[in-house]
Design a protein around this ligand. Sequence first.
Ligand SMILES: Cc1cc2nc3c(=O)[nH]c(=O)nc-3n(C[C@H](O)[C@H](O)[C@H](O)COP(=O)(O)OP(=O)(O)OC[C@H]3O[C@@H](n4cnc5c(N)ncnc54)[C@H](O)[C@@H]3O)c2cc1C
Length: 403
Amino acid sequence: MIHQTQVGIVGAGPAGLLLGHLLHLHGIDSVIVENRSRDYVIDRVRAGVLEQGTVDLLIAMGVGERLTRCGLRHNGLYVSFQRRRHRIDLAELTGGRAITVYGQNEVVRDLIDARTGTGRPLFFEAEDVSIDGTDSSPVIRFRHEGGEHEVRCDYIAGCDGFHGICRQSVPHGDLTIYERTYPFGWLGILAEAPPSCDELVYTHHERGFALFSMRSTSVTRLYLQVPPDEPIENWPDDAIWNEMRTRMTAADGWAPNEGRIIQKSVTPMRSFVAAPMRHGRMFLAGDAAHIVPPTGAKGLNLAASDVLVLARALRGFYDQGRTDWLDEYSDVCLRRTWRAQRFSWWMTSTLHRFPDDGPFDLQRQIADLDYLTGSRAAMTSLAEQYVGLPSEVSFESAGLSGG
Ligand SMILES: Cc1cc2nc3c(=O)[nH]c(=O)nc-3n(C[C@H](O)[C@H](O)[C@H](O)COP(=O)(O)OP(=O)(O)OC[C@H]3O[C@@H](n4cnc5c(N)ncnc54)[C@H](O)[C@@H]3O)c2cc1C
């Protein structure tokens, strides 16, 4: 079966679904091709922190109803070291901007519902997805329910994440790869326990980093720094709670509430950028082009900013025949990406223990955190980056109101 469309989108994660809906709002046709099932995509537990700009974008797109109702707005966060928690008032330091805790799976669920409502095509469980013709006449090929499909389009959006095929289809030598892997990973758990604090707690400890977070008023999300290839079998539930208590219990007695662990996994950490984010008539967006360590909570938010820039560029092309915004796409996104890389690297290296760190490094980290929590200038710097730097393109120029 042959499908003719304007934009062929590979991947129905946040980047692909957001792009599809933004294009729909501009009257631009698209086909989304995803190799996993709908349930798998929705159930995948990942990000949970939305920057102010991402929240504003989802609301401006008309997909923020559940987010507004169920998202947990946080006006601040805590940094804990030497067993003391220090609050950083994000909203006060940034003129009222904040973050919202709302699971990535909820964002994806809302976007799939919105896509389904538009009646535009979204194929789940596509097999043997491949792309071709990115220099001149792009095509996406795949098999679905036994039939062969071909999507012929003007442009391809490679929104297929870090392990996808789009970036890998670019000829060797046409991409520059910047990469850093970290000598640790995060063991993350979801626990049936009401959060014992209304805001996130980032903890520096001699035994390693720990993060207290939440997904709802009844589910706590916690992370521990562990070796990158740590088998999850090494961590029975009791051992996890012991280590959480050791690292996080504060001098005032604060500690996370405990409960039944309903999900646990270990994720390695890396920083990665592929440049440029365009190859001929294919644009890479989100994790397909860049990965940040999760400490700065930037991955999902970067994916949202990429596709806002891309949607504006495609709207400019289809409405006015302009190609300058398409030509600028990669540079505009990479500038934000590198700022997010720098911030995520700084958060990661300040809060984690590295295997070859000695006593000097421990004291240096403590001094860094002491300065951070004692200086309004330093807290403002963290706050404005954590809630999200201003968007590169205005909502108005992207055809949305508000923001
Ligand atoms: C454990 C963990 C915690 C995280 N925490 C945070 C956080 O707190 N804050 C934050 O901002 N970010 C966080 N992130 C990062 C965030 O989840 C990602 O940046 C985000 O998912 C990127 O969205 P995406 O759409 O670009 O990629 P993805 O979500 O990876 O989506 C890509 C989609 O493409 C599909 N696909 C892949 N290959 C193919 C193919 N060949 N054909 C068709 N489809 C394909 C995939 O199945 C997937 O659905 C975290 C990530 C992990 C793993």
